[in-house]
Design a binder for this molecule. Structure first.
Ligand code: SAH
Ligand code: SF4
Ligand code: F3S
Length: 482
């Protein structure tokens, strides 16, 4: 089977139809070609570089893509001066797109110097027709374009590119399949994201994610648990369960399972120490989930609960399906059950039609809830979403003014709130060596706050006791306890 002279058509006729066997077949084919390329180019190794934009979904996808590239035989390189450069793109806001176009010219200049270089683009931006049309027209030097639904196919697409020697474009509009058991790499040895579901059905009126990530699909609890057990065997102590709206997990499975039930099952995995998840949509956050969090020793006391706006009127137009009052009640309920919960959020400023009164209601909610931290975004018009057609876009000046006021408020509050564990001993996952000060490690509390403390790099990946000596606004300085 390892015949380098096999034509593309022959390979296609030999390739297994079922996945993941088909991809392992193409990984082998690519391995052969790579060996050959090494000889021809006189290079000892061929390198790859992945640049990831956007959210944790993309980060996790990039780990899968990296796993495939390493299985093919590429070696990671930390700059774009590599033989295979892949951009995993995001399109949630316009500035994410601009950054990609900005970088492409630079990639072209690198390619002119390296005849073996391949450039690939994937991710959410590629699910937009206009983007692909623009790249096909003005960025002909790109070798491979694929989307969010077929990342598992990277080896097959690369094989096609290497054999056919022309731009390969493969974008799927949607999918109902989830391909399991492909190679994957992890950025950290001790923590990992785990997809529990893909896509989103919520169609918040400003958001492009449902259009580029497709309809909601949940992985089976069995596959999720197996992956987690495998990760734990491999040294992982903390997992982050990933989904655009984890609270609606499992509704579409043949035997429906709730997110709370899934958490309870994961909680029992021996050796696993911390469980995080994101994102929780306020509309679907059940009492059952609050109870499961409260009863678990492993689920971290941190909830990312995107507010988006504090005005019930704007929330309705945003199609968020909760009111300001319901959001506040939910926060109250969570805090009563889990008093030390840390709450973080996302807020959009300048949604079409947002008035000064609407904005003041957002400020009011921020002051009432006192979030540990908040990601604040300026509304970005996304073609194809209902909000893009709404009139009354807010003036740039008003947006800038509101954004600055919101940021001030958020920062002041979080600097007050974040120090609340000072002078206590907390469990900390030591995550990395601090690059600013020698001898310091950086770790995280269960509630996600950062702490710096003196320690040896052999502690990385371990959960240790740290006394929090001092709060410095958004982080602590601490001392390791024996
Ligand atoms: N599924 C998650 C959010 C994914 S996108 C959730 O529902 O909470 C991450 C954040 O980007 C969103 O919470 C929102 O605050 C922001 N966002 C999404 N679309 C946006 C847009 N068009 N303009 C500005 N911010 C946007
Ligand atoms: Fe976008 Fe709303 Fe889905 Fe989150 S829940 S991804 S904001 S549509
Ligand atoms: Fe961006 Fe796609 Fe995530 S649009 S925010 S990378 S789901």
């Amino acid at each position: 089977m390892n015949d380098i002279n096999m034509t593309y058509e022959e390979a296609l006729s030999h390739a297994p139809q079922e996945e993941p066997a088909r991809q392992y077949f193409f990984i082998e084919r690519c391995q052969d070609i790579l060996e050959n390329l090494k000889e021809v180019s006189g290079k000892e190794q061929l390198t790859f570089h992945i640049a990831t934009f956007g959210c944790q979904m993309n980060s996790r996808d990039s780990e899968k893509l990296q796993g495939i590239l390493e299985a093919i035989g590429f070696v990671e390189h930390d700059t774009e001066e590599a033989d295979f450069v892949l951009y995993n793109t995001c399109t949630v806001r316009e500035n994410a797109n601009d950054r990609v176009y900005g970088r492409l010219g630079y990639l072209n200049s690198l390619k002119k110097k390296n005849p073996y270089m391949m450039i690939a683009l994937c991710g959410c931006m590629m699910q937009e027709e206009e983007v692909v049309a623009k790249i096909k027209k003005s960025y002909r030097f790109v070798d491979i374009i694929f989307g969010t639904h077929n990342i598992f196919k990277l080896a097959e697409l690369m094989y096609e590119r290497l054999e056919e020697k022309k731009m390969v474009v493969d974008i799927w509009e949607g999918t109902d399949r989830i391909v399991e058991d492909l190679p994957t790499e992890r950025k950290y040895s001790f923590k990992s994201g785990v997809n529990i579901m893909f896509g989103c059905n919520n169609f918040c009126s400003y958001c492009i994610v449902p259009y580029v990530r497709g309809r909601e699909r949940s992985r089976s609890p069995k596959d999720i648990l197996e992956e987690i057990k495998q990760l734990v065997n491999d040294g992982v102590v903390e997992i982050m369960l990933l989904g655009q709206n984890v609270n609606s997990y499992g509704k579409t499975l043949d035997t429906p399972v709730s997110f709370a039930e899934l958490l309870t099952q994961i909680d029992q995995v021996e050796g696993l120490e911390r469980i995080r998840f994101m994102t929780s949509h306020p509309k679907d956050l059940s009492d059952e989930l609050i109870k499961a969090m409260k009863n678990s020793k492993k689920v971290c006391h941190h909830l990312h609960l995107p507010l988006q706006s504090g005005s019930s009127r704007i929330l309705k137009v945003m199609n968020r399906k909760y009111t300001k009052e319901q959001y506040l009640e939910l926060v109250e309920k969570i805090r009563t059950a889990i008093p030390d919960i840390s709450l973080t959020t996302d807020i959009i400023v300048g949604f079409p039609g947002e008035t000064e009164e609407d904005f003041n209601e957002t400020l009011e909610v921020v002051r009432k809830v006192r979030f540990d931290s908040a990601f604040t975004f300026i509304y970005s018009k996304r073609t194809g979403t209902p909000a893009a057609k709404m009139e009354e876009q807010v003036s740039e000046e008003a947006i800038k003014n509101r954004f600055d006021r919101l940021l001030d408020e958020v920062k002041n509050i979080s600097s007050e709130v974040c120090g609340r564990e000072v002078h206590t001993v907390q469990k900390v996952l030591a995550e990395e060596v601090n690059d600013h000060e020698e001898g310091l490690l950086t770790g995280r509390l269960g509630n996600n706050t950062t702490v710096h403390f003196k320690g040896d790099s052999s502690l990385i990946g371990k959960i240790v006791d740290v006394y929090l000596d001092e709060s410095r606004g958004f982080y602590y300085m601490g001392t390791l306890r024996p």
